[in-house]
Design a protein around this ligand. Structure first.
Ligand code: URP
Ligand code: ZN
Ligand code: ZN
Length: 460
């Protein structure tokens, strides 16, 4: 299997140049000018197009039993949607309930993904309780190639862990060289505020952000940072949404705490007024942490530009507007949390980030691909265009014009939070380890070819 991509403008986190790329088997074999095609190779003319390293979404929930229901995608629909949008690797959150053993959770996610993934994937292993059994099982799971944990300081009684569990998880992570991803919101503040709002008869989707204001998130970050400082663990704050929380992360980083920060395409582009839309429409925009006041968007874009924020993810958690979101029709605390975006993350970031001049092309590649590969131990196999790297490539057409619509999306969910948004560019060809998986917006790859990526730890 050979593929020669001619005359594309190669853009990585650091470089931009016009050249040919020869892929042989699963990897990039040569980069240069006037490369000739081996017999039988497919040749793609990429003149006038960008060639980016495959994009990486470090935070998805393809399979997620949550709030009394299941997220709508499965590994087939979710990874096809990822590829159509230019994402060639995902990190899915393996989130067993507190009642479930960690290994049972790991095995469940393996069963869900087996034979169904079209793009490559890894997991962040959810630590939703921590006892001696968990510890032994986590050690085993790490040996299987999962070098990151996921913890929740929110979702009291469901995924949330207490402080003793938090401390022990971070100690173990430090010992093993595992990165700990954390959902930072103070669960007690959330629970108390939810009760107060409901008692006052305030039940609509627009109450969701009232129950979890920025200080709730900032307090979660502050809390995690104290524990990280005292254990020396390496941390990664998922879905950071606001200035107050970022300030806490930066101040900890200045004290020497190891912390990387992820924001989401949703927080960069949409604000809390979406969740205030009349009727029950706002339920489409209920996620946690909630959408924020628009002033935070400039803070997050600045963070990306200046390197204070490392990655842009989706936290893709698709729940139908009809049939699932209405579980919280009379009580906002029961609306399944999540705004799907896996398919559109890259195009939205390009259109509303690069094209508007908020970030440059290198920052775009860095925050949507390279940084995730570096932080989570996949670089330079992923996140790079270099000899020997996996031939995960996105040939991107900056002249394509289109509009986001649930009517023609690949994601298995009945709405788009970005319905009607204009797009100025999309992938015209996407490859996964040398195989063409997308042409002109259509999936043409192989379901089941996506592989689980083993990742090594970095013990101190
Ligand atoms: O609202 C969200 N974020 N849903 C998915 C679960 C989580 O917190 O990551
Ligand atoms: Zn979360
Ligand atoms: Zn999440």
């Amino acid at each position: 299997m050979s593929l020669l991509i001619k005359n594309g403008t190669i853009v990585t986190a650091t470089d931009r140049y016009v050249a040919d790329i020869l892929c042989e088997g699963e990897v990039i074999r040569a980069i240069g000018h006037d490369l000739s095609a081996p017999a039988g190779a497919e040749v793609i003319d990429a003149t006038g197009k960008y060639v980016f390293p495959g994009f990486i979404d470090p935070h998805t929930h393809i399979y997620l039993p949550f709030m009394g229901t299941y997220s709508k995608d499965n590994y087939e629909t979710g990874t096809k949607a990822a590829l159509v949008g230019g994402t060639t690797t995902i990190f899915d959150m393996c989130c067993p309930s507190r009642a479930m053993e960690a290994l049972d959770g790991f095995n469940t996610w393996n069963r869900e993904s087996a034979g169904r993934a079209a793009c490559d994937y890894s997991y962040h292993m959810g630590v939703t309780r921590f006892d001696e059994t968990t510890e032994a099982q986590l050690r085993e799971i790490v040996q299987c190639g999962v070098s990151s944990f996921k913890i929740f300081l929110a979702y009291k009684g469901a995924f949330g862990i207490d402080d003793t569990e938090l401390y022990r998880t971070l100690k173990l992570a430090k010992e093993l060289g595992v990165v700990v991803c954390a959902h930072c919101e103070n669960e007690t503040l959330v629970a108390e505020r939810q009760k107060e709002l409901l008692a006052a008869g305030l039940t609509g989707p627009e109450q969701h952000h009232e129950s979890r204001p920025p200080r709730v998130e900032a307090e979660g970050v502050h809390h995690l940072m104290s524990f990280a400082e005292l254990t020396g663990a390496s941390t990664y704050i998922v879905h950071l949404s606001c200035q107050e929380a970022l300030d806490e992360a930066i101040s900890a980083r200045q004290r020497g705490v190891q912390v990387a920060v992820e924001t989401l395409i949703q927080y960069l582009l949409i604000d809390k007024t979406y969740a205030e839309r009349p009727g029950f429409e706002g339920a489409k925009y209920v996620m946690s942490p909630p959408l924020r006041d628009a002033r935070n968007q400039a803070v997050l874009w600045n963070g990306l530009r200046s390197g204070l924020v490392q990655t842009v993810a989706t936290d893709h958690a698709p729940f139908d507007f009809v049939g699932q979101k209405p579980m919280g029709k009379d009580d906002f605390t029961k609306i399944p949390n999540g705004i799907p975006a896996l398919e559109e993350r890259v195009n939205l970031l390009y259109t509303y980030g690069v094209k508007t001049g908020k970030i440059d092309l290198h920052t775009f590649v860095n925050v949507a691909s390279t940084q995730a590969a570096k932080i989570f131990g996949l670089y330079p196999k992923k996140g790079a265009i270099a000899l020997g790297s996996d031939a995960d490539l996105v040939i991107y057409d900056p002249d394509w014009r289109g509009t986001v619509s649930a009517a023609n999306q690949t994601m298995n969910v009945d709405y788009s939070g970005f319905e009607g948004w204009k797009l100025e560019g999309r992938p015209s060809v996407v490859t996964v380890r040398g195989e063409v998986a997308v042409r002109d917006g259509k999936f043409v790859g192989t379901v089941g070819r996506g592989k689980f990526l083993r990742r090594d730890c970095r013990p101190a």
